[in-house]
Design a protein. Structure first.
Length: 367
């Protein structure tokens, strides 16, 4: 029988240590904390309600770099559109902007503090003050408030699912852009760009799509070892995922019926057996995460998938362009489109005019 989920930090620490071999270290203020490299810590903050302790209010990245809510070309507030003047983008959430204020986000190991509670603002303030009072550098820490009522736990499981498939050599995404009923919790993609990014040493295995806008900032200090990733085919595959912490049913079948998805997974920790139409990610009695493989979607529609691929490629190009500054984007727009006005419409045109190699060239060498 699967072990009952206990919504506390001890259980979360156990899952992360056991299944991902993250290092738990003893901290003289906060007892047990998890130490992560800068990039994994960044992904943790992109997928969960966690806070870089930049001040007594904290800095949250969750939702900051979104681009589309639907699988169309309506760009939303997030990575690019923050302030406009006469239709032209004048302020943004681009990672290069974040780096100018908080470069430490992209450098050095981070200690993740988990604190049980619900009063997040006060916990952030008290944690920051405690670090300063004890002559600790708050920049080395990230805070996550663990809600014992189970809220926020879907985000932890989304992070875990994402990390599992990144290691296998896939792109992953959370809270997917979606044009049908509901909103899938996570997505897994196989695409030729993965091989291209690995060949130029920008990623090791796979990547979270939201981190693609910071490839330039995570500089290439080392050559990645050749990964043992399983996503080696270049055919486009879109795998949809749904997380349920305690519920016994998910919407996964509705997502499959759209025909877009090649496969699907439910992440339901206490579920014992997978359904005939999808895979299952579960937690066994020893707290080990088990992935039961998915069959091919019985409703899969190749024509719909090919159409979705066109949108998906533009979606990841948008995130790749997020590595550039506004000034670089203007120069690239002038060069590629003979346009100088940085508008939403021109960003979409720029994405559709460039191929992956052209964007990667600018990321690596500037313009």
């Amino acid at each position: 029988m699967a072990k009952k989920i206990f919504f506390n930090k001890e259980y979360l620490l156990e899952l992360l240590k056991l299944n991902f071999q993250y290092k738990i270290i003893k901290d003289d203020i906060f007892d047990s904390v998890i130490e992560l490299d800068d990039r994994t810590a960044y992904r943790f903050c992109l997928t969960t309600n966690s806070y870089y302790l930049v001040d007594r209010y904290g800095l949250r990245l969750f939702g900051r770099f979104r681009t589309f809510n639907h699988r169309n070309y309506s760009l939303n507030q997030g990575l690019f559109l923050i302030e406009t003047n006469g239709g032209e983008i004048t302020n943004n959430n681009l990672p290069v902007q974040l780096y100018s204020s908080y470069p430490f986000i992209y450098e050095g190991k981070k200690k993740i503090i988990f604190i049980d509670g619900n009063d997040t603002p006060n916990i952030i303030t008290n944690t920051f003050k405690k670090l300063v009072a004890n002559n600790k550098n708050p920049q080395e820490y990230i805070l996550n408030v663990v809600h014992k009522d189970g809220s926020q736990w879907e985000h932890y499981f989304e992070f875990m699912a994402s990390e599992i498939f990144i290691k296998k050599g896939y792109f992953t995404d959370i809270q997917l852009p979606w044009s049908y009923h509901g909103k899938p919790d996570f997505g897994i993609y196989n695409h030729k760009l993965i091989g291209i990014l690995k060949s130029v040493n920008l990623i090791e295995n796979g990547a979270l799509i939201l981190e693609l806008s910071a490839l330039r900032l995570f500089n290439k200090k080392k050559n990645f070892e050749k990964g043992k990733s399983s996503a080696s085919k270049t055919d486009y595959e879109f795998i949809v995922g749904e997380v349920k912490t305690t519920q016994k049913k998910s919407q996964i079948l509705e997502y499959l019926k759209t025909g877009l998805c090649f496969k699907a997974y439910e992440f339901m920790p206490n579920k014992k057996e997978k359904e005939s139409y999808c895979g299952l990610i579960k937690i066994d009695s020893e707290n080990r995460i088990i992935v039961d493989s998915s069959p091919v979607n019985p409703y899969f529609d190749k024509d719909k998938s090919n159409k979705d691929l066109e949108w998906f490629e533009d979606y990841i190009k948008i995130h790749l362009l997020g590595n550039l500054s506004l000034e670089e984007l203007r120069k690239l727009m002038k060069k590629s489109l003979n346009q100088s006005k940085l508008t939403f419409q021109n960003i979409i045109k720029l994405v559709q005019a460039l191929d992956f190699n052209e964007i990667i060239e600018v990321i690596e060498n500037g313009i």
